[in-house]
Design a protein around this ligand. Structure first.
Ligand SMILES: Nc1nc2c(ncn2[C@@H]2O[C@H](COP(=O)(O)OP(=O)(O)OP(=O)(O)O)[C@@H](O)[C@H]2O)c(=O)[nH]1
Length: 431
């Protein structure tokens, strides 16, 4: 970390503006080498940026200086706002790499430094990773809350509560040595532990929703061959993603289209028509179709003659297709014609309502399996801490201590290295 790192932090050129960040002990010197003068902290200065080796002007742009520790990484940071051309960016990065003590940043290196300097805990780093990856409104809101410390603050609060309970338990242990155990201290501790256990359980009850929003919902289109599945997928996607043909058995593999419904990221799956077949390739397609549809959050069951879905899809949204060709639509079926567009709007609003039911509402606190497992372990220790220890209060206190440790894991106070490597590997260079 004694190195000074630099990278293009904005998107791939060409672009209107390119932002290059420099962080580390030599950031200030690097800014001076390029611009000749630094603005006061946190103010932008417009001017020429020169190649320190040749003195040639490489670009004119803004320079900002954020002295550490009050910066994003906790170190001195210099930010250059350049014209976003490929050659401009290349020239400036080349000039920086020629300066002593400077080296290109690896993926996630700026965030890693922020974490190392106590600017972000593990949960906030994970939130930041999700914020950068967010594609839907719901993902953005949820990730922003976590990146801003919503989970961390809650965990800190729980942790403080448990430390309080632990103090009460320690007191009962001390008193018991003197043969005078004040029962109300133990009861108070049990009250605190019980309350925290309920808080944790209610946060966990929402975890499945948080993870679903983060991963995006999966909606599978299933039904007999030729029902119009690919046609509907194309219609919803607004493009010709799937091949449509009058031949039954056209779709062989599972096809995915990503879209946003009611603010939720949705992966729409087109699957092979479900039927018995002797064609080996089609049979494999049918097997995959069933497996994916069974794991989906929602299934649209399409049939042109309202043939009922198999039992596994009994919860499916039933859709009668090709209504332009006549025929009745049973009461609990939605009728559509992908050919004329009739009923499509109704189907979309039905899907939006269902997607909102699954993933809508206030942002969840727990959005990753890792966070959930740590909190589940804390809850299990609290559960045990409420048991009967036959007067051996030190065993109860030990369970509370283990619960605190699990909370610490949630926000990365302990055992973080491996998790950090995994998270930072998902970041891009310049983040
Ligand atoms: N008249 C009419 N024809 C439709 C409609 N939707 C689809 N079709 C036709 O039905 C045929 C089958 O459509 P696909 O979308 O390929 O059906 P599929 O369910 O994906 O078929 P498989 O891939 O075999 O499982 C094509 O010829 C479509 O043009 C509709 O709303 N009205």
């Amino acid at each position: 970390m004694s190195d000074t790192i630099f990278a293009l932090s904005s998107g791939r050129p060409p672009a209107g503006v390119a932002v290059v960040r420099i962080s580390g002990p030599r950031a200030q010197a690097a800014g001076l080498a390029l611009a000749g003068v630094l603005p006061p902290p946190r103010l932008a200065r417009y001017g020429a940026l020169m190649d320190p080796a040749s003195g040639e002007v490489l670009d004119r742009g803004l320079l900002l200086f954020f002295p550490g520790p009050a910066s994003a990484t906790g170190e001195d940071v210099v930010e250059l706002h350049l014209h976003g051309g490929r050659a401009v960016v290349t020239a400036v990065l080349r000039a920086l790499s020629g300066l002593p003590g400077l080296k290109p940043a690896e993926a996630g290196a700026f965030t890693r430094r922020a974490h190392a300097h106590g600017k972000l805990d593990l949960a906030e780093v994970e939130g930041l990773a999700d914020l950068v990856a967010a594609e839907s409104e719901a993902q953005r809101r949820q990730a922003l809350a976590i990146a801003s410390g919503a989970l961390s603050r809650r965990v800190e609060g729980w942790r403080e509560g448990l430390i309080g309970a632990l103090a009460l338990l320690e007191a009962t242990i001390d008193f018991s040595d003197e043969g005078d155990v004040p029962g109300d201290l133990a009861a108070q501790a049990a009250g605190v532990i019980g309350g925290l256990r309920s808080d944790l359980l209610s946060a966990l009850a929402d975890a499945a929703r948080g993870e679903r929003v983060r991963d995006g919902l999966v909606v599978a289109i299933a039904g007999p061959p030729n029902a119009g599945k690919s046609t509907l997928l194309n219609r919803l996607a607004g493009r010709e993603a799937a091949i449509v043909s009058p031949l039954p058995g056209t779709t062989r593999d599972v096809l995915e289209v990503h879209l946003e419904l009611a603010g939720q990221a949705v992966t729409l799956l087109d699957t092979a028509g479900l039927r018995e077949t002797t064609d080996m390739v089609e049979a494999e397609g049918v097997r995959r179709a069933r497996a994916r549809a069974e794991g989906a959050d929602l299934v649209l069951w399409l049939s042109e003659d309202a043939a009922p879905p198999p039992a596994v899809f009994s919860n499916a949204i039933k859709v009668r297709t090709k209504t332009d060709q006549g025929g009745a639509c049973p009461a609990d079926w939605l009728g559509i014609s992908a050919a004329t567009g009739a009923g499509i709007e109704g189907l979309v609003s039905h899907l939006e309502r269902r997607a909102g039911e699954i993933g809508g509402g206030e942002p969840a606190l727990v959005t990753r399996e890792r966070q959930r497992l740590a909190l589940e372990s804390a809850t299990a220790h609290l559960e045990r801490a409420l048991g009967d220890f036959g007067g051996r209060e030190e065993l109860r206190a030990e369970e509370v201590r283990l619960a605190v440790r699990s909370l610490d894991q949630t926000i990365g106070r302990v055992d973080v290295d491996q998790v950090l490597d995994a998270v930072f590997s998902t970041f891009c260079i310049g983040k």
